[in-house]
Design a protein around this ligand. Sequence first.
Ligand code: NAD
Ligand code: UGA
Length: 321
Amino acid sequence: MNIVITGAAGFIGSHLSEALLKRGHTVIGIDDLEHTTNRNIKEDNLKNILGHPQFQWNSTDLLKIDLDHLINNADVIFHLAGIAGVRNSWGLSFNDYLQANVLLTQKILEACKKSARLKKIVYASSSSVYGGGSGPFSSEESPTRPISPYGLTKLAGEHLCSLYYKQYGLPYTALRYFTVYGPRQRPDMGFHRFMKAAILDQPLTIYGNGQQTRDFTYISDLVEGNIQAMNYKNHGTVFNIGGVETASVNEVITTIERLSGKKLQLSYLPEQPGDPFTTRGDISFARNELGYHPIISLDEGMTEQWAYISGLYGNEVASPK
Ligand code: NAD
Ligand code: UGA
């Protein structure tokens, strides 16, 4: 199939691109390399696939181009491009989040509605749509009450997909990803920051008391969930895509101390606005409908990410005089 991936140079988009190429699909990857993460890291994300005969790379800002010709030839679109990150979405940056997450999604859907060929749009949504107030498990039926401007824009994207489905029959499936980790995780995210600080012998910043928990989802499990959603015959549905286990930030720090063999220096800041205290997705709907079944334990996944972060920053460690 011809598959368009928006945000293909990002953390998740680059892994998804690789997995789809391995399964014999043609991937048209689009990314402007400008948002959130620095350009070098995004170029590094693509190093395994640039030059692949079935990978068509397009480095451009989706907000500035005519999308019709791209989408007319696509069987599937994974819409991952956007500005991610909960804590940075307050204040002045809200306009950027609105552009990248709401206006861009609407532009993509407008182009999709003209395509007779399109079989599926998979929309990358977020656990942040719940806002953390829906009890020990959030199911797709739980109330959606975001507590960050980011969560609000991701929920607006879901609503847009639903509107275009109802009005034009656009074949979408939305996935609410829960805190994804593994090699290439964005540098603004927790594990990346903690592991980098451990390698460089710098203090780690913990927001709040570290007892907050997340449903950490390993990247290869998440990619599998996306591919299952691509093949899902029904449309107009939203699924939670969570991981094998939840853990607190304090438990994560203990694991990084073991992986690094160091006692880490911890520095504490207040809880950050927009951070839910806990996230945990009920994935039974995805398990039953998509066959989604995450398998990578936190221990295994963090060991993989530690190897990646060591490769990225290991040579920055000052050599002894
Ligand atoms: P990422 O920042 O690594 O990837 C997003 C990519 O989109 C970036 O490379 C960026 O340059 C690109 N992009 C943004 N606006 C663009 C535009 N106008 N034109 C072209 N490219 C543009 O983020 P990620 O962590 O890989 O997340 C991917 C998607 O999944 C995002 O939509 C995010 O909201 C969602 N999500 C991520 C997580 C997570 O834990 N990483 C959890 C829930 C949801
Ligand atoms: C992540 C992604 O960054 C969002 O893009 C995504 O939408 C969201 O998951 C989701 O599930 O939908 P977050 O859960 O905040 O957001 O992920 P991390 O940045 O990895 O933070 C995990 C935890 O570590 C949070 O409780 C955070 O407060 C804490 N943290 C993070 C710190 O204590 N210190 C840091 O320096 C960074």
